[in-house]
Design a protein around this ligand. Sequence first.
Ligand code: AMP
Length: 460
Amino acid sequence: MTDFTGLELAQPLLRAIEGEGYTTPSPIQGKAIPPLMLGRDLLGVAQTGTGKTAAFSLPLLHRLCGGDEGDAGRPLSRQPRALILAPTRELAGQIVDSLKTYSRHMQIRTAVIFGGVSAKPQIKTMNSGVHILVATPGRLLDLMNQGFVQLDKVEYFILDEADRMLDMGFQHDVKKIAAKVPARRQTMLFSATMPKLVQGLANNLLDDPVRVEAAPAATTAEKVEQQVLFVASDNKRNLLSHLLKDQSVERVLVFTRTKHRANRVAKHLVDSGISADAIHGNKAQNARQRALDGFKKGSIRVLVATDIAARGIDVDGVTHVINFELPNEPESYVHRIGRTARAGADGIAISFCDHEERGYLRDIEKTIRQTVTLVEDHPWHAADVATSTAKPPAPGGRGGRGGRGGQPKRQGQPKKHTGQAQNNNSGQKPGNSPGNSQGQKPGQRRRRPQRGRRPTGMAA
Ligand code: AMP
């Protein structure tokens, strides 16, 4: 028996949930499942890591299979009954994995289609018939245009990570696809953020939706032990190698802003004898999948990723997220650190901040309404980052996320960062920082994180 019992989900689903070891619905599941079971449309403001996939998958499977019957009938060739749109191949793949897990005691066929791989097997699967189709917009439109997918039997339409979908330029594709889905349907739209464009899309697609919100960004971020390390950009690679000497830094997701930098960091680690790989949009799909599988199995200790590639990466047990470069958008920071601390687990996020990124850190701290703990006890501490007024790097670079509103404004005198910078100079290899105000080693957990408070001296 689990707390899911009260949600009136079909028995085969409850068995699958129990098999997964879920005991309590996550907040978004508790809020979203009841109205979805009644057929309501839903607008979900939630990011990956909140349990949103199960929040929409469980009622979807329940309704498709006619409750306890657990049987969705014969799938129709080329005509799915449910369509789930996702921005990236990784997220699409993970949604299908989750659906297969939750429907393991049911008779239901699920398929995924995305670009970057041969369309032939996807066409074959569509021909043989599926109940649920998970797709990225580009390839779906291709196959629709060729007649291999028809949406006129879709009863359930789900858009996941709508903000990212629009950020990635899928706005028109999404509109074209939505226009082919019958008006009589149940629609769910999930988005981590709710900028105007997404709100507009939601207004167009949803009919009197229930709005549910998972923990707002600031709360989610609080679950993660966050640290910032001031370091000159030339010393970041050394600092990374230094941190990885600690074997408790076990399964690590490293973020860079650009694909190029992701490759270089991964190469540096491999050259230093650390098992690492990079994952980003320029890599062939099978190379990305290989890297992800290796990371999941534990044969790759460090996965270096760009923001887009990392969206929706669902790997349990990521012990550390390391921001090799700080993102120029605070929201990306929240997404990144959410990769550790999955579904209630705790995690550690370490951010490298160089002189040019000082302003990014300020923006991030404003957004998460927290001061990130400054840890000085590392050999590359660059104290003068604290007062740096260096211009921030151009957003994204060719491989990065671009940035919606250009560079953030940074004017006026920067406030001194909590943690009191010492007077080591950047760029030279200092010895151990003499006056570490935190007494904390990077990558190690404080005994009891104090939410929302300025960091104070802690036991080492
Ligand atoms: P999501 O936000 O959908 O990406 O889910 C994040 C992770 O939480 C996945 O690894 C799920 O398997 C896990 N998860 C989802 N719901 C629950 C739950 N109620 N209890 C424990 N883990 C869950």
